[in-house]
Design a protein around this ligand. Structure first.
Ligand SMILES: [Zn+2]
Length: 177
């Protein structure tokens, strides 16, 4: 093997330009979000991006201070959004009762338009109270599916590297956190 080839040295290199100068997406994200540390030191040189944009093809050059392009990079390095917790049976029951109470108030006003609205609200409320368990199970199911997707995205995100030479993003082996 040719020892000058960075690939044979066991280094991770950019698939575009073979540069072994990279930053992890996580590191770039963290230094982007901590605003006070973004003064012009050498290791923030990779934070700005040229007009080509990451992955958009064409000329991709790094520069220090292009504010508008920072958001392009931020989108690339942003971690995936964690799914929100599933809602329990109690939440759906409470939500149902909220509508039932509203229904009672509306119907009690003895104005026909409010009575119509009250009947609808009452039916909605009862469907939530009666279906609370089913809805809660569905919510858990949705959460688990979203979690699976999230875990995959998060694993990929933790492996995402950004080439400091050409701006290519690529996956490397997992980093120790
Ligand atoms: Zn590169």
């Amino acid at each position: 093997m040719d020892s000058k080839d960075p690939r044979s040295a066991g280094n991770e290199v950019c698939p575009e330009c073979d540069s072994d100068q990279w930053k992890s997406a996580r590191l770039v994200y963290q230094s982007n979000t901590s605003s006070t540390e973004s003064s012009g030191t050498a290791n923030t040189a990779g934070v700005g991006l040229g007009s080509g944009g990451v992955g958009a093809g064409g000329a991709r050059t790094w520069s220090k201070s292009e504010e508008s392009s920072q958001s392009i990079l931020a989108a690339q390095v942003e971690p995936p959004e964690q799914p929100s917790q599933p809602k329990g049976k109690g939440w759906y029951t409470g939500w149902g009762w909220f509508w039932i109470v509203l229904a009672i108030i509306w119907i009690g006003s003895f104005q026909w338009i409010n009575i119509v609205a009250g009947i609808i609200a009452g039916l909605v409320g009862m469907s939530y109270v009666r279906g609370a368990e089913v809805k809660a199970n569905e919510s858990v199911q949705r959460y688990e599916e979203a979690m699976q997707k999230y875990t995959k995205l998060d694993t990929a995100w933790k492996r995402t590297r950004i080439c400091m030479r050409c701006g290519e993003t690529y996956l490397g082996p997992p980093l120790k956190s």
